[in-house]
Design a protein. Structure first.
Length: 91
């Protein structure tokens, strides 16, 4: 409960930009829905999608394209966790 979660959907560069944007949105929302339907509070989640605009690998190869079809999850501290850490550091 002391963390927030960022879920980011991505695609490879094959296909039209509008389709890829929608696909990355569906991917990201599916991951968020999985977590929230299994008991995590939806208010902790920020869901984003980027289509093919942020490749992590080379889209010129099949292996790179496969790796770009992904969802990234980042778990970050919320304000309560930051304040608690600050208090502990001062003890």
């Amino acid at each position: 409960p002391d963390t927030n979660v960022i879920v980011a959907g991505h695609t490879d560069s094959k296909g039209k930009a509008a389709y890829n944007m929608g696909l990355s949105e569906r991917r990201a929302k599916a991951v968020t829905n999985f977590f929230t339907s299994n008991g995590l509070n939806a208010s902790r989640f920020t869901t984003k999608w980027f289509g093919a605009t942020q490749p992590a690998y080379d889209n010129a190869t099949e292996e790179g394209r496969a790796k770009n079809r992904r969802v990234n999850i980042a778990i970050i501290p919320n304000e309560k966790m930051k304040e608690d850490a600050k208090k502990q550091a001062q003890q």
